[in-house]
Design a protein around this ligand. Structure first.
Ligand SMILES: [Zn+2]
Length: 348
C-alpha cells in the first residue's frame, strides 16, 4: 500500500514540533489540529491523509470493497478467523497487526486462551470479526504491554517503533509513586458526567463502573485500586481501539458504537488524574512530570488519540455515541492546562 510504512518510527521530538499543539490553548487549537494530522502523515502510522478529501481509503484485499461486504477480496471462513483478522489488519492497520502478534507472542497468552481466542467471540461472519478488531487489538495490546513490563517498570508500545518503559507508575501501596485511579471519582469534574448506577442508564459514565470502581482503603482489590500506569495503559489501548474501528469503519455502517467515547473518556481521566496529582499528591506529580519517560508516554498517547479523533470525526455518527459531550468535557480549559504544563516541561 503506498504511504503505509508500518515500521516507521515516530520521533519523540514530534511532541514539540511547532504547530503540533493539540490542546495547548484555545487560540492555537484550530490550526494546530490540522497540522497535527499532517505531521502524522510523514511519520506513517498506517494511514495517510489525502488533502481535503480526508483519509485515502482502500478496501481489504485487492478487489474493490463492496458496501455490504467489508472484507471484499479476502476469503473468510470461521475456522480461519484469526488469520483472516491478521490479514485484514495488515491491509488496513498494519500496526494493529503488530499489536495482535505482540499479544499472541506473550507467554501470558497461551494458545488455549490467547488474547484473540478470549476476545474474538463472534466468528459467524467476516463483518462480525472486523467489528471486533477494536476489542481484539485493545486486549492483545494489554497482553503485549504487560508481557514486556518487568518489575516496577511499565512498558508501553505506543506507535510503530515507539515504546517507553517507565518506572514507579503503580500506587504507593503497590510499590510505586502514584495513587489509585478511582480517587479521581471524587473530584469536581466527576459530577459533570456522573458514573452510571446501572449499565442501562444513559447520559452517564459507564466506563467509571469498570475502571474507577471501589476504594483503595477497603480490604478488597478492585480495578480502580490500580495506579497511573494502568490508567495510561487503558488510554493507550483505547487509541488502538479507535484506530482499528476507523480501519474497518465500513463494518459499522448500520450501527452506532462507542469507539470515540472510550478514548475521550480516558483523555478526560488522564487530565483529571494529572490535576489531582499536581494539587494533592506531590510525589505522584513529581514522578509523572519530571521523568521524561512518563511525559513522553503521556503526550504520545494524547497526540495519537487526537490524530484518530480527527480522522474519525467524519464518521462520528457511527463511531461515537456521547462523543460530542465528552469532547466538551476534555476541552475544559483548566483540564487542558494540565497537558499544556507537561508539554511545556517537555518542550522548553
Ligand atoms: Zn483495556
Amino acid at each position: 500500500m503506498p504511504g503505509v510504512r508500518a515500521g516507521s518510527a515516530l520521533p519523540v521530538r514530534g511532541l514539540c514540533v511547532t504547530g503540533n499543539t493539540w490542546g495547548r490553548g484555545r487560540r492555537e487549537r484550530g490550526d494546530g489540529r490540522r497540522q497535527r494530522g499532517d505531521g502524522w502523515r510523514q511519520r506513517g502510522d498506517g494511514w495517510r491523509r489525502a488533502g481535503a478529501g480526508g483519509l485515502r481509503w482502500r478496501g481489504v484485499g485487492r478487489a474493490a470493497p463492496h458496501h455490504h461486504e467489508p472484507g471484499g477480496g479476502l476469503a473468510y471462513s470461521a475456522a480461519a478467523a484469526q488469520s483472516y483478522l491478521l490479514s485484514a489488519l495488515e491491509l488496513r492497520y498494519p500496526f494493529g497487526k503488530s499489536v495482535v502478534e505482540g499479544g499472541l507472542a506473550n507467554p501470558l497468552s497461551p494458545s488455549q486462551s490467547s488474547c484473540v481466542r478470549a476476545f474474538l467471540r463472534d466468528t459467524s461472519t467476516a463483518t462480525a470479526v472486523l467489528r471486533q478488531a477494536s476489542t481484539v487489538v485493545h486486549e492483545c495490546g494489554h497482553f503485549w504491554d504487560l508481557g514486556t513490563s518487568q518489575g516496577g517498570r511499565s512498558n508501553y508500545v505506543l506507535a510503530p517503533g515507539l515504546t517507553r518503559a517507565c518506572s514507579r507508575g503503580d500506587t504507593t501501596a503497590r510499590g510505586g509513586a502514584t495513587f489509585a485511579r478511582s480517587l479521581i471519582k471524587a473530584d469536581a469534574f466527576g459530577p459533570m458526567r456522573a458514573p452510571c448506577v446501572t449499565m442501562s442508564s444513559s447520559g452517564c459514565d459507564f466506563y467509571a463502573a469498570v475502571y474507577l470502581d471501589g476504594s483503595p482503603t477497603n480490604a478488597t482489590f478492585e480495578s480502580g485500586d490500580q495506579g497511573f500506569n494502568s490508567l495510561l495503559e487503558e488510554a493507550n489501548q483505547y487509541v488502538n481501539s479507535l484506530a482499528s474501528a476507523l480501519a474497518f469503519r465500513d463494518s459499522f455502517q448500520n450501527t452506532r458504537v462507542s469507539e470515540r467515547d472510550g478514548i475521550l473518556t480516558f483523555l478526560w481521566y488522564l487530565e483529571r488524574y494529572l490535576l489531582l496529582a499536581r494539587t494533592t499528591y506531590p510525589e505522584a506529580y513529581a514522578t509523572l512530570s519530571q521523568d521524561p519517560c512518563w511525559r513522553e508516554a503521556i503526550l504520545s498517547v494524547w497526540d495519537r488519540a487526537w490524530f484518530y479523533l480527527q480522522a474519525t470525526a467524519p464518521f462520528a455518527s457511527n463511531l461515537g455515541i456521547s462523543d460530542a459531550r465528552l469532547r466538551t468535557l476534555v476541552e475544559t480549559p483548566t483540564l487542558l492546562a494540565e497537558v499544556d504544563a507537561l508539554r511545556a516541561l517537555q518542550c522548553p
